[in-house]
Structures are given as C-alpha cells and as structure tokens.
Unconditional design. Structure first.
Length: 661
C-alpha cells in the first residue's frame, strides 16, 4: 500500500513539473508586458550549438549501443537525437547577424522541419518490434540516415539560396512553419504516450528520461509555434530543448557512476528480442563463472582471474560489476551444490523403498555419498561377530564417524575424511542426514530380506512380492478380476496310492511338483494351492497381465513336457491332465484374521476343474473363453458341447494341440 501511494505521489510530482512550462507559456502570451525581449544573437548561437553538441553525443552513444546489439529501436532513438542535433545546428549557424544575415522564415525553417522529422522518428521508435520488422528496419538504416542528412543539406541550400524570401506570400510561409511546429509537438506527445507501457514494463531511469525528453520537446515545439521572436516566450523553447537533452545526459551519467561502465546504459530501451538475448548472454556469463568456481572446488587448476577478465572484456564490465558477478556466481554455485547433494539424498531415500539385496544397497549408498562429496574419502564398516569390519584400506586420522543404526543398535559406521581440512557445519549436517537415511535403507533391506525369505517359503513369490509392496492386500476380501486358471491333477492317482507305499507316493508328488512349479512361476503364474495330487495356478492376479490367457496356455503345454522329463524311468507313475479356463473371479484373501489364504473364487475356477476332469493324460482342455482369447495363435480342435457338473447348459470345450511360434 505504501509503495503504491509513493508511486502516485511521484507521478503527480512529475506531471506537475511537466505542466509548468506550458503554464509559463500561457502566462507570457496572456500577459505581453511580462514577455520581455532579449535580442542577444551570440547567446542564442552558443546555447543552440551547445544543445546540438549534447544531442550529437547522446545520439552517438545510443547508436553505438544499437550497433553492439543490432537493435532497431535503439537506432531509431539515436536517430531522433542526431536528427534534432543536425537541424538545430543549422539553426544555430544561420542565427541572424552572427555568421549570416537571414530572415525570420529562413532562421526558423531548420528547427520546425527538424521537429517534424525527429518527432516522426520518435513515434516510430515506440512501435512493437517483431523480429521481421526489426530486421527490415535494421537493413534500411543506412538509406534512412542518408535521407535525413539529405534533408538537412536541402534546408541549408534553401536558406543559402534565399528561396523562402522570394516567395510572394510570406504570411503563408509563416503559417506553414507554425503548422510544422505543432505537427512536431503532436508527434513527440504521441511518442511519449507510446513509451508509457514500455516504462511500466521496464521502470528504468533511461526509459523515464527519454519519455520526459519527448514531453519537453513536444512543449518546446508549442513554444516555437506561438512564441514571439527574441522574447521570453520564444527563448522558452530553447530552454526546453536544452533541458531535454541535458536531462538524458545527466541520467546516463548517474547510471554510469552507479555501474562504472557505458555498456548497458541504454539496454532498457532495446527491443524484446535484444532483452532476451542479453539475458541469455548474462546467464551464460554467470554459468561460465559458476563452472570455473566449481572446477576449482573439485581441484582443477583454473584461474578465476583470467575468466573474470574475459567476462569483463566481453561485456565491458567494471571491476565492481565483475566482483558482483563473482559473488553471485559463488552464491549460485553453492546453492547448486546444495541442491545436487540434496538430490543425491532424495535418490538414496527412494532407493531405500525398493526391495534389493543388502550388499547392492550399501554399494549404492557409498556411491551416492561419494558422488555428492567428490574429492572426499569414505569407507564403510559393518558389525561382524560383535565388532566393526572395514575393508583393507587404511583408516584416516581425524575422520568423521557416522554411525548406522538398525533398531537402535549400531550396525555399521561410515567414516568420512576431507583431505586438507574439516567438513563445514552444513556438510556435517548433510552427511548425518545421509547416515540416517542409510540406516533406514539398511533396516528396510534386512526387513525385506527376512520377510521375503519367510513369505516365499509358504506362498507364491508373486503374492509375496505384492504383499511386501502393498501390505493392505493382506486384508480379508478381494476384488473381481479377469483371470485365467490352470487346474492339473494326476489321472489314476487313487489306484496308484492304494498300491504304493506312502513314502513313494510323497516322493513322486514332490518330484512332480518340483518340476511343475518352476514352469508356472517362469510363465508369470501364481500357485494358489496344492490339494493332494492336484495343483491350481492363476494368471492375471495379483499382478495384472493383459496376456494372461497366452501365459497359461504356454505353461500348460510346458507342464506336460516337464512331467515327462521328471517321470523318466518311472513308467508306472500316473500322468497329469490339465484344464484351462478364463473368466472373472474374486481374487483375494479368505479365512479369519488368525489364518488366511490367498485364492480365487468364481465360476471360472469351477469350470476349470470340470474341464481338467474331461482331459486325457498329457492333454490340455480349454474353455471357450480361453480359446477365444488365444485366437489364431493357438492350434485347437473342438470336442463339441459337453454337459458338466454344476452347469445347466452344455459348454463347448477345445483341445489345445500347440501354440504358434
């Protein structure tokens, strides 16, 4: 609120000062007795010529900036001041009674013509510059400059030839020149209004000074049109013109003293394309300095003084600006280094949430710390047989010890050593955070290892992995999912069991299941349960598998091959028959809070069991939904529609003979 109020006060103050010259002109014209005459031709000559010199210097400085940036707007602004300087210089040289004897019409012609031309250029400089428009104007700058100088020369020729004095209607000449002055005033006023949005976007001193100069030149043109020659109202426009040029010169001097360099004095006036290019250049300079400082920190023999000198030459920076750039680069480099180290800490935290081997995890931990702190040395010791066991490399005296805690007990130590110095407090805090995160990762890895070994002994690895990733899946209940079920049992098992001792039966079952289970698991399936001589497997849950039907079909064919290999030398062992069916099933946990089992329930499961009972030993029977899912990728033959237990209508069944390669 205070800043907004202060802005309003400054705006009102500026408007009041800009209005004073017009109030003074009105007073002088309204009260002729106070519009005193001062006919001093030499003073006029010196004043106007001095103002022209100041304007030329401004034009040259801005033109130099325009050439350095290839900027069309800067060039137009420079043309405003060089045009004004040229015509006003002619006006000074033709001061009556100093170098030449000229009439009033000849005397005033250069100023009025100059104000029209420079006002038009000022208004043109306020337009929006697209890249194409800038390129066109920049390529035409020499032709436009030649045209301006030609008009200056023409005005001098007209004055020298006395052409204006030979015109019959001198009153008309005066009115035309007066109209030209008012036209110049309107052009400068419009240019000032057009610069207001630019000042709002870039509230720089130089933009405000140019805007103010355009307002003063607009007022000078009004005074030129209505003032009485050699009277105070006439001298007013000379003062306004001189003030306009000197105001910009003073603003440039203030900015030069502040920055210590002429480079960039007028950058705020540049086009948007130039501003974007400047930002890229400054960003590149800062990046270069940051790179040098970081390379020095990493031990590379680089000289920052040479880099600073190169940057100073490239951008014409003062020593103070280079020092500021260096401090900014140091701050940016430090910030980036902290971000990089924190990024390594975040990566380590993410690694601790992934199931992985303890040795692999610790290797990642040490690699992350070494990457975050290049040039420092680290070594890891773990508790073994009641003591810390380190690698064979020798210990460093004065190393910082970072304990690794698992369940509140020391499980290891990371030793950190910085050659030639100690760690800064910020680095120590970050290293302790690394150690704390490493402790969490180590504890998680050991917990995962224990749970993984326990779960995989009693359930399918897919189920164990799913439960470790999402323990909420262990809750009772489930979800309906499209799955494919494989049911397999031994044809003639009952008779074999009656005629064979129990230990031989168990040996056979373990041999078969030892061959079948890897086939199911390698195919991405989940073994749901063993029921006597039967095995039930599932695809499509708990892990989603779009090709679950194809996976189950592959496993069914591979199952028979594995069984034949396992039964080699045992012709009396019964062989498996397989049924495969696809459909929706409720997949989840059933039982009680004290004891539960992961399974699948639904008509698709029941039908798979019925299909398996229809198969011959070594044969795979498919349900219609499975056959449809396999499509032309499977070689099947139809056994027609069969009535099965639990189904009111007959179901169509297919025999799977093989799969396409």
């Amino acid at each position: 609120m205070d800043s907004r109020r202060g802005s309003r006060v400054r705006t009102a103050n500026w408007l009041m000062h800009m209005a004073l010259p017009m109030l003074a002109l009105w007073l002088l014209l309204d009260q002729p007795r106070v519009d005193l005459e001062w006919d001093n031709r030499v003073a006029h000559f010196v004043l106007v010529l001095t103002a022209s010199v100041v304007s030329v210097v401004l034009g040259v400085l801005i033109s130099r900036a325009a050439r350095a940036r290839d900027d069309a707007r800067l060039w137009l602004v420079s043309l405003v001041f060089t045009t004004t300087a040229g015509f006003f210089g002619v006006h000074a040289l033709v001061t009556p009674g100093v170098l030449l004897n000229t009439s009033d019409a000849e005397f005033m012609l250069p100023t009025r013509l100059g104000l029209v031309l420079s006002g038009a250029v000022a208004l043109a400089s306020a337009i929006k510059f697209t890249p194409a428009r800038s390129a066109t104007l920049w390529s035409s700058r020499r032709a436009l400059s030649l045209l301006t100088w030609a008009l200056m020369a023409s005005s001098a020729v007209v004055i020298g030839s006395g052409l204006l004095d030979r015109l019959p209607d001198q009153l008309l000449v005066e009115r035309v020149e007066q109209l030209a002055a008012l036209t110049g005033s309107a052009l400068f006023a419009l240019a000032a209004l057009a610069y207001l949005p630019l000042y709002r976007r870039r509230p720089a001193v130089v933009v405000m000074s140019v805007l103010t100069a355009f307002v003063l030149l607009a007022e000078a043109a009004v005074a030129l049109a209505f003032g009485m020659s050699w009277h105070a109202s006439w001298w007013l426009w000379h003062l306004l013109m001189t003030t306009a040029f000197c105001f910009i010169a003073y603003s440039a001097r203030v900015q030069f003293r502040r920055e210590g360099s002429t480079t960039g004095l007028f950058d705020a006036l540049a086009t948007q394309q130039t501003i974007a290019a400047l930002r890229q250049d400054y960003a590149a300079a800062l990046e270069a300095m940051v790179d040098i400082l970081q390379r020095r920190e990493h031990g590379e023999p680089v000289a920052p003084g040479a880099a600073a000198a190169a940057l100073a030459d490239r951008f014409e920076l003062s020593e103070q600006q280079v020092a500021v750039l260096k401090r900014g680069a140091e701050a940016l480099g430090s910030e980036r280094e902290r971000v990089r180290k924190l990024g390594a800490l975040v990566d380590l935290g993410q690694a601790s949430s992934i199931i992985q081997d303890e040795d692999a995890l610790l290797e990642r931990v040490m690699a992350a710390i070494a990457d975050a702190f290049p040039g420092d040395r680290f070594r890891l010791g773990l508790m073994r047989s009641g003591g810390l066991a380190f690698p064979n490399d020798a210990a460093d005296d004065g190393a910082l010890e970072l304990p690794l805690l698992v369940k509140g007990q020391v499980a290891g130590v990371i030793e950190a050593y910085r050659p030639g110095g100690e760690f800064a407090e910020a680095d120590v805090a970050l290293l302790r955070s690394f150690a704390a995160q490493s402790s969490i990762a180590l504890e998680n890895a050991r917990l995962y290892r224990d749970l993984d070994g326990l779960f995989r002994s009693y359930m399918s690895p897919a189920v164990a992995t799913a439960l470790l990733a999402d323990p909420d899946q262990a809750g009772l209940g489930g979800a309906i999912t499209e799955v494919t079920v494989l049911m397999a049992d031994l044809h003639g098992f009952t008779g074999f069991a009656e005629a064979t001792s129990p230990d031989r039966v168990v040996t056979m079952l373990n041999t078969y299941f030892g061959a079948i289970v890897p086939v199911i698991l390698d195919g991405g399936g989940t073994v749901l349960q063993f029921v006597g001589d039967a095995v039930m497997a599932l695809w499509g849950a708990p892990m989603r598998q779009p090709d679950h039907a194809m996976r189950a079909a592959h496993a069914a064919i591979a199952l028979h091959a594995a069984v034949e290999e396992a039964a080699a030398g045992h012709p009396d062992w019964p062989r498996f028959r397989v049924g495969v069916n696809t459909g929706p099933a409720l997949v989840g946990n059933i039982g009680a809070p004290q004891m539960r089992s992961f399974t699948a329930i639904g008509d698709a499961m029941n039908l798979a069991a019925r299909l398996e009972s229809l198969a011959e030993p070594g044969q795979v029977i498919l349900g219609a939904s499975t056959a449809a899912a396999l499509g032309c990728a499977a070689r099947v033959s139809s056994r027609g529609s069969v009535q099965v237990k639990g189904k009111r209508d007959a179901v169509e069944v297919f025999v799977l003979h093989g799969l396409a390669d």
